[in-house]
Design a protein around this ligand. Structure first.
Ligand SMILES: Nc1ncnc2c1ncn2[C@@H]1O[C@H](COP(=O)(O)OP(=O)(O)O)[C@@H](O)[C@H]1O
Ligand SMILES: [Mg+2]
Length: 276
């Protein structure tokens, strides 16, 4: 028996079908929008990955270039030194040779900082004499020094410690240069070491200056890589300082009053089994 479906039933079914298809269309449109959004996001992420790759490659290249520049720079330093000595009787010319030496030292410091920054170094601990390390750093800073800045180093108690002398020299060189930079109207730089018997025995080294100090809003950022308030600063100095301190499982504090001066205090653990 072919009974005809009631018209209402057909019309209800048609309405249900129309609602369902409208909902599907809406869902489809939403999905299309989402796909568009995801494609844009993916394109941005791909760009970011590409940028990171390029930066990493640039970093590697910078480290390689730094290495390559090191050797000829060493020869130039020797030559400039010889020239300085040869020109002892001609002070005007000697001053020029001295400029060359100073420029080479700055470049060498920049390269050392770049190489250390690129390599996240490990400390190779050996017995070192902190007095010798600090005196060598002061010597390396020659050229940055000025007649209106007095320098005093005081060593109290034991100065031998298990540490990485090469890394520490770079650490102090950066602190000393920063201190001198901060005293463009003259002042005094003091370096003092002492042994502290706390829960752990450690050597404390305080580097203080009477320079312009660090502004409050900058104090939390001074150890950030590339943070610099100087026209030609790289912002790598204190980043290296904190890397070297960490490599020795030490600590660093900074205490500064704008207009009065700055003191960096470093603590390096002294291994108990090492005594001389
Ligand atoms: N002894 C100091 N006195 C005053 N400001 C300092 C001192 N040491 C560091 N700073 C501040 O910290 C910043 C970062 O120092 P650093 O990482 O060595 O980079 P750079 O010397 O290239 O600027 C400096 O630009 C300066 O503003
Ligand atoms: Mg610096």
């Amino acid at each position: 028996m072919n009974e005809q479906l009631p018209v209402e039933l057909l019309s209800d079914a048609f309405n249900v079908f129309r609602d369902a298809s409208r909902k599907l269309e809406e869902q489809y449109a939403l999905l299309e929008d989402r796909i568009d959004e995801l494609s844009i996001e993916l394109a941005e992420k791909n760009k970011a990955i590409e940028r990171t790759r390029r930066l990493a490659a640039m970093g590697e290249m910078a480290a390689r270039v730094a290495h390559e520049i090191r050797n000829p720079l060493g020869s130039m330093a020797i030559f400039a030194n010889l020239l300085e000595r040869e020109l002892a009787s001609e002070p005007d010319k000697q001053r020029l040779a001295n400029h060359v030496s100073t420029g080479i030292k700055s470049l060498d410091n920049l390269l050392s900082n770049m190489l250390l920054f690129a390599s996240s170094p490990e400390a190779k601990l050996k017995p070192v004499d902190m007095r010798k390390v600090i005196e060598e750093s002061l010597l390396l800073a020659k050229g940055h020094d000025r007649s209106d800045v007095s320098v005093r180093a005081e060593f109290c108690g034991q100065t031998s410690i298990m540490a990485d002398g090469v890394l520490l020299r770079q650490l102090f060189l950066n602190l000393i240069i920063n201190a001198i930079d901060a005293m463009d109207e003259g002042g005094s730089l003091k370096i003092r070491t002492r042994v502290v018997e706390d829960r752990q025995r450690y050597m404390e080294i305080k580097v203080s200056d009477t320079g312009r100090g660090i502004r409050k809003e900058h104090i939390d950022r001074v150890f950030d890589p590339f943070f610099s308030t100087k026209d030609r600063g790289t912002g790598l100095g204190l980043a290296i300082v904190s890397t070297v301190v960490n490599a020795h499982s030490g600590f660093i504090d900074v205490d500064s009053v704008a207009g009065e001066g700055t003191a960096f205090t470093i603590g390096l653990p002294m291994l108990r089994e090492y005594r001389i």
